[in-house]
Design a protein. Structure first.
Length: 127
C-alpha cells in the first residue's frame, strides 16, 4: 500500500545514528545519504527516508501519529527498543510486551526518536 515513509529531522546525524541502530536491529543496512543530505533506507520491499523539511521550517513530530516497523520476533522488537534507547531515543508508553486488542495479540515496543517522532516495533503473535 505504501511506497515510502519520510520523516523530517532537524539533526540528521542524530536521527541517522538512531535509525541505523534501530533498523539495523530489524535487519536493515545503514542508511545512505544523498547529495541533498537526505537519508535513505530500504528493507523488505519498503523505503524509509529522513530529511530536513524542504520549506526551511523546523521539523516537528505529528501528535497522534505513529510509524510501525515490522519485527520478526519479540526478541527482535526488544533489540530494536534497546538500540533506540542507546542511540538517543526515549522509551514511551508501556514497557515492550504483549498487548491483547481488537487485532489479536501484538508484541509492541514504543520509542520517540531524536526528533520526537513516535515509532514502534510490532510483532504479530500467531497462535
Amino acid at each position: 500500500m505504501f511506497t515510502h515513509v519520510m520523516l523530517g529531522a532537524n539533526d540528521i546525524d542524530a536521527s541517522k545514528a538512531f535509525y541505523d541502530a534501530t533498523l539495523g536491529a530489524l535487519g536493515a543496512k545503514p542508511g545512505r545519504v544523498d547529495p541533498k543530505g537526505r537519508v535513505f533506507y530500504a528493507h523488505g520491499g519498503a523505503s524509509f527516508l529522513l530529511g530536513k523539511p524542504i520549506d526551511g521550517q523546523p521539523a516537528c513530530h505529528a501528535n497522534g501519529g505513529t510509524i510501525g516497523f515490522a519485527a520478526a520476533s519479540p526478541e527482535q522488537a526488544d533489540a530494536w527498543h534497546a538500540a533506540g534507547i542507546a542511540n538517543g531515543g526515549t522509551a514511551i508508553e508501556d514497557a515492550p510486551g504483549i498487548r491483547d486488542g481488537g487485532f489479536g495479540k501484538l508484541y509492541l515496543a514504543y520509542l520517540r526518536d531524536p526528533a520526537g517522532n513516535k515509532v514502534c516495533a510490532l510483532h504479530r503473535i500467531v497462535e
